[in-house]
Design a protein around this ligand. Structure first.
Ligand code: AMP
Length: 281
């Protein structure tokens, strides 16, 4: 496994592989790697000849500066995990490598997809995500890129970006990985205090209730409403949204129909940590 910091160095390393037509699979991350990231790397390993992992905490996608400055960094264990998952190249750029002297995001307006839910609650977030992924795609030039369903709306936004600007890159969505108790794995979970975990788990429970209503052909609309109400009345949870949506367009489901590709989604702050989660219906 090689660790590369510079853009040019990475290009020099990749160019001979590109000339040989070697299939490059790319997994972009912000580090503090866990089993969710490992599952993306494993999928990339099985589907591509050369696996490139990037670790870059992207300043332009944080709408909250304290979230950025408190973002966990665990480079040594990250490299260990990458090695054990058979990663070939770790790209560890600095902010200057990606942005030059001014870390600014370009605006990306994909209609309601970039305006609702995460787009609404985290102003500018998707501008930052699209900007960094565009730059990373141009640097790495992969054939495939792997993203987790954990960040479901981000996955839809990236699919849109690829359709518009990188039609030759296949975007692979990978299943959401949970801890044994059901909490969706996230690098930010280390910031949840022990006593907050039981409240954080309520988010997953509420999603499961909606999935169960969908399975049993019960009224999904009333299941969404009842669970949204319960979460919003929980004094330990600051609910931002709870809904059932089309997982591509993020349009809210209407009536009691549950089309293919529908998900229940949630975002909330628990013990000062913002969490998102979802469940396929
Ligand atoms: P992050 O480092 O949080 O930016 O995430 C990097 C990639 O890992 C993104 O594509 C995420 O969706 C994915 N990811 C993060 N957590 C999980 C998880 N629990 N299950 C599956 N994928 C995940």
């Amino acid at each position: 496994m090689v660790v590369i910091h510079g853009k040019r160095e990475l290009d020099d390393f990749l160019q001979p592989h590109r000339l040989k037509g070697i299939n490059v699979g790319f997994v972009p991350t912000m580090g503090a790697l866990h089993a969710g990231h490992a599952s993306l790397l494993r999928q990339a390993r099985t589907e591509s000849k050369l696996v490139v992992l990037s670790i870059f905490v992207n300043p332009t996608q944080f709408n909250d500066s304290s979230d950025y400055s408190n973002y966990p960094s665990t480079i040594e264990p990250d490299l260990e995990l990458a090695r054990s998952e058979g990663v070939d190249v770790v790209f560890l750029p600095e902010v200057k490598n990606i942005y030059g002297d001014s870390a600014h995001a370009e605006t990306s307006d994909y209609g309601s997809l970039t305006r609702v839910f995460e787009g609404e609650k985290r102003t500018g977030h998707f501008d930052g995500v699209v900007t960094v992924v565009r730059r990373l795609f141009n640097i790495v030039q992969p054939q495939m890129a792997f993203f987790g369903e954990k960040d479901l709306q981000q996955l839809a936004v990236i699919r849109h970006l690829a359709r518009l600007e990188f039609p030759s890159i296949r975007i692979v969505g990978c299943p959401l990985i949970r801890d044994a108790d059901g909490l969706a794995l996230s690098s930010r979970n280390v910031r949840i205090p022990k006593e907050g975990r039981v409240h954080a788990l309520k988010l997953h429970e509420a999603l499961l209730n909606v999935a169960q209503a969908a399975d049993t052909q019960n009224s999904i609309g009333s299941a969404v409403e009842a669970n949204r109400k319960a979460l919003s009345e929980n004094e330990h949870i600051q609910l931002e949204y709870f809904d059932a949506v089309n997982g591509e367009s993020f349009e809210v489901l209407k009536g009691n129909e549950v089309p293919k590709g529908a998900f229940a989604i949630v975002a909330a702050v628990v013990s000062g940590v913002r969490l998102i989660d979802n469940c396929r219906l």
